[in-house]
Design a protein around this ligand. Structure first.
Ligand code: KIV
Length: 270
């Protein structure tokens, strides 16, 4: 009988940072993909609110709902045996009061089975992160480009470029660590600043567009699989060209259905 892999915990991630072992993270929104990521050794499987753009086709993450995140979180967690599943808290489910944040994050853990939530923001979110952690809800922070604040930030642009902004970002990351978060995402941050933040914290940093010195990296799965050919930010490396492959496969299927070549006897029942 093959042994079940032991699920990773937030403590394992802290140990990975101490050991200098890079943390591999990708987003997943459904069971099929989550199973493949888990079998491929992805450490942190993030049910990002990017699902609202990538899957639901909305222009930003702002309209994602808690029920939507719970639906996708449950699908992903059900397929994962080893990876640590983290579910994004959507806009306005944690910013109003710490009490609401506890209730909503608690629902996510209860109804999905996931081990942790992620929320955006630095110093102002400290008390909320502390309230969640004190109730036994592990929190991953997220600073730099925080997509739920896209309107306030004036677009999806690199953050922390001048000294004052860099100082604020470092203070944000430190506040998240002090509040008890187990990890923090650094999104669209200059490499040198991400290195400084990573060296200043004892919790692991997970970078996206934040250079090579973070403790781990995360990408949005359909982007790195080349399924989203219209989206080409500088930091994105495509590891496959599924856009081309899927179009070719669907065209081939269409041609065979139209010509009558499919289904042939091999794919039919006598
Ligand atoms: O929603 C998401 O997918 C994310 C990642 C980009 C970090 O927050």
């Amino acid at each position: 009988m093959s042994e079940q892999p032991r699920p990773l915990t937030v403590l394992n991630l802290l140990a990975m940072k101490r050991a200098g072992t890079k943390i591999v993270s990708l987003t997943a929104y459904d069971a099929l993909m989550a199973r493949m990521l888990d079998a491929s050794g992805v450490d942190v499987i993030l049910v990002g609110d990017s699902v609202n753009q990538v899957v639901a086709g909305r222009p930003s993450t702002l309209s994602a709902t808690l029920d939507q995140m719970i639906y996708h979180g449950r699908a992903v967690q059900g397929a994962v045996r080893r990876g640590l599943v983290v579910v994004d808290l959507p806009f306005l489910t944690y910013q109003v009061t710490p009490e609401e944040a506890i209730r909503n994050a608690g629902r996510v853990l209860q109804e999905t089975g996931a081990a942790a939530v992620k929320l955006e923001g630095g110093v102002p979110m400290g008390p909320t992160i502390r309230a969640l952690v004190d109730r036994g809800i592990p929190v991953m922070g997220h600073v730099g480009l925080t997509p739920q604040s896209v309107h306030a930030l004036g677009g999806y642009r690199v953050q922390g470029r001048d000294q004052a902004a860099a100082d604020r970002l470092l203070a944000d990351a430190r506040a998240i660590e002090e509040a008890g978060a187990f990890s923090v995402v650094l999104e669209l941050v200059p490499s040198s600043l991400a290195r400084t933040v990573t060296q200043s914290l004892t919790i692991p940093t997970i970078g996206i567009g934040a250079g090579p010195d973070c403790d781990g990296q995360v990408l949005v799965l359909p982007d790195m699989l080349g399924m989203n050919s219209g989206f080409s930010p500088k930091f994105l490396k495509r590891y496959a060209d599924l856009d081309t492959d899927i179009r070719a496969a669907v065209s081939a299927y269409g041609a065979e259905v139209r010509s009558g070549a499919y289904p042939d006897p091999e794919h039919s029942f006598e």
